[in-house]
Ligand binder design. Structure first.
Ligand code: CU
Length: 174
């Protein structure tokens, strides 16, 4: 069993309690892949959200310290991002759903590359850690990491999953 699967299983009493909300998220107009910037591949619907950096916690910390906001790390590691002059560190999240039902797809290893004028150092590989928001349903499971961007800069985010690529055009927040 992969370590993060074990973590997810341990986390289930906390996260899965909110699961009854999931069936309502199957329609195309709601759910984890409905908001943000949307792109599709042959099999997947992806939603990109770039926002303020979030506090990250281990599942054990959330329970022990009664954390109410931020995100839980389910796998991977957060990047130590160098904050170059003229850049700010943002949280880059990619939600991946099936195109057919809109259900969250877990256990993927998406390759995420940020390029364009708003990228801090030209083309940047964003290691995909696995996260879920504190207090959010299990369907909030998503991939991403911290990334340094030039506020207001234009970027292209290319996500490749199982050989299928989707390109998002976006603007870094100010
Ligand atoms: Cu996240």
């Amino acid at each position: 069993m992969r370590p993060w699967l074990l973590v997810l299983a341990m986390l289930c009493p906390a996260v899965c309690a909110a699961a009854p909300a999931a069936p309502a998220q199957r329609s195309g107009s709601a759910g984890p892949c409905a908001s943000g910037t949307i792109a599709t591949t042959a099999a997947y619907r992806l939603a990109l959200v770039i926002g303020p950096r979030k506090e990250m916690y281990l599942p054990s910390e959330v329970k022990a310290r009664q954390i109410k906001s931020g995100e839980i790390m389910l796998g991977g590691e957060m990047t130590m991002v160098d904050k170059l002059p003229g850049t700010r560190i943002f949280s880059l999240d990619v939600h991946i759903c099936t195109k057919s039902s809109g259900a969250t797809v877990t256990g993927l290893k998406p390759r995420i590359v940020v390029s364009g004028a708003g990228a801090a150092m030209g083309s940047t590989n964003v290691p995909s850690a696995i996260m879920v928001g504190v207090g959010k349903p299990a369907s909030d499971y998503h991939y991403g990491n911290d990334v340094a961007l030039k506020p207001g800069g234009r970027i292209t985010v290319t996500v490749t999953v199982k050989g299928q690529s989707a390109a998002f055009r976006a603007t870094a927040p100010r």
